[in-house]
Design a protein around this ligand. Structure first.
Ligand code: IPE
Ligand code: IPE
Ligand code: MG
Length: 240
C-alpha cells in the first residue's frame, strides 16, 4: 500500500470525528514568501480546500466547517475583502455540480448583512440543489463572527418575545442549529487563537494547531491531525 492509503486505513481504525472545523489561515504569508499578491495566496488556498473536502468525504466525516471570511475581515483593504468574496462566489459556481454529484450538502453560516443580494441568492441555491444529498455536510462560514452570531441570535429571540432559555434552546437559534458542535478545531499558519470562530460551539472542542500555511496544508497532515485527535482524552469536565 502507498503511504497515503496506509494513513487512511490507520485513521479509519480509530474514531472518526463527527465534525471538524478549520480556520484556514496563512494565504497572505504564503503569497508574500513567493513575491506574489495576497489574492494569489487566496487562490492557492482554494486548491487546499478542494483536497480537504475530498479527504473528509473519503474518511466518512459527516460535518466539515471552513472559515472562509470573518466579520472582522472587512477591516482589510476593500479590494482584498472584495476579491476574497468574489473568489468564494466564483469557486462555488465552478464546484457546485461536482459537489452535488459527490453527495455533499453545502451549507452556509454567517451574517447576511453586508453581502450582495446576488451572492445570497447563489448560496441559497447551492443549498437547495444539494440539501437532499446524504454525504458530507460542508458548512462554509462567510461573513461569520461568533460574537455577531450570538447577538443576532439574542435579537431574534427577543423579537419573538420568547422566555429563554436553556443552553439547548439557545443553540437551536444559532446559525449552527442543525449541526453538532465541532469535535476538533484546526488552525493553520502558526497563530494560536480562535479569532471569533464558533466561540459558543467550540466550548469543548479539541484544538489543533500547525505552522503550515493554509495553501500547503494537505491530506496527509489533515490525517495526522485526526490521529492526534484520536489520542485525546475527552472528559467534558468529568472523570475518565
Ligand atoms: C486566511 O489567510 C484567509 C482569510 C482570512 C480570508 P490570510 O489572508 O489571513 O493570510 P495571512 O494571515 O495574512 O497570512
Ligand atoms: C481568521 O483568520 C479568519 C479566516 C480564516 C476566515 P484571520 O487571518 O482573519 O485572523 P486574525 O486576524 O489573524 O486573528
Ligand atoms: Mg490571517
Amino acid at each position: 500500500m502507498k503511504a497515503k492509503e496506509e494513513l487512511i486505513a490507520q485513521v479509519k481504525k480509530g474514531t472518526i470525528p463527527t465534525h471538524i472545523a478549520i480556520i484556514m489561515d496563512g494565504n497572505g504569508r504564503w503569497a508574500k514568501q513567493r513575491g506574489l499578491s495576497r489574492i494569489k495566496g487566496h487562490q492557492a488556498g482554494v486548491k487546499a480546500v478542494r483536497k480537504i473536502v475530498e479527504t473528509s468525504g473519503n474518511l466518512g466525516i459527516k460535518y466539515l466547517t471552513i472559515y472562509a471570511f470573518s466579520t472582522e475581515n472587512w477591516r482589510r483593504p476593500e479590494n482584498e475583502a472584495k476579491a476574497v468574496l468574489t473568489l468564494i462566489e466564483n469557486t462555488l459556481m465552478k464546484e457546485i455540480n461536482n459537489l452535488a454529484k459527490n453527495n455533499v450538502i453545502v451549507h452556509f453560516i454567517g451574517s447576511q448583512k453586508g453581502l450582495k443580494k446576488s451572492f445570497i441568492e447563489k448560496i441559497n441555491k447551492a443549498y437547495q440543489k444539494t440539501k437532499n444529498n446524504t454525504g458530507l455536510n460542508l458548512i462554509i462560514a462567510i461573513n461569520y463572527g461568533g460574537r455577531n452570531e450570538i447577538i443576532e441570535t439574542i435579537n431574534n429571540i427577543l423579537s419573538k418575545q420568547l422566555n429563554i432559555i436553556t443552553e439547548t434552546e439557545f443553540s437551536n437559534y444559532l446559525y449552527t442549529s442543525k449541526f453538532p458542535d465541532p469535535d476538533m478545531v484546526i488552525r493553520t499558519s502558526g497563530e494560536i487563537r480562535i479569532s471569533n470562530f464558533l466561540i459558543w460551539q467550540a466550548a469543548y472542542s479539541e484544538l489543533w494547531f500547525t505552522k503550515t500555511l493554509w495553501p500547503d496544508f494537505n491530506s496527509e497532515e489533515y490525517m495526522q491531525a485526526i490521529l492526534d485527535f484520536q489520542k485525546r482524552n475527552r472528559k467534558f469536565g468529568g472523570v475518565k
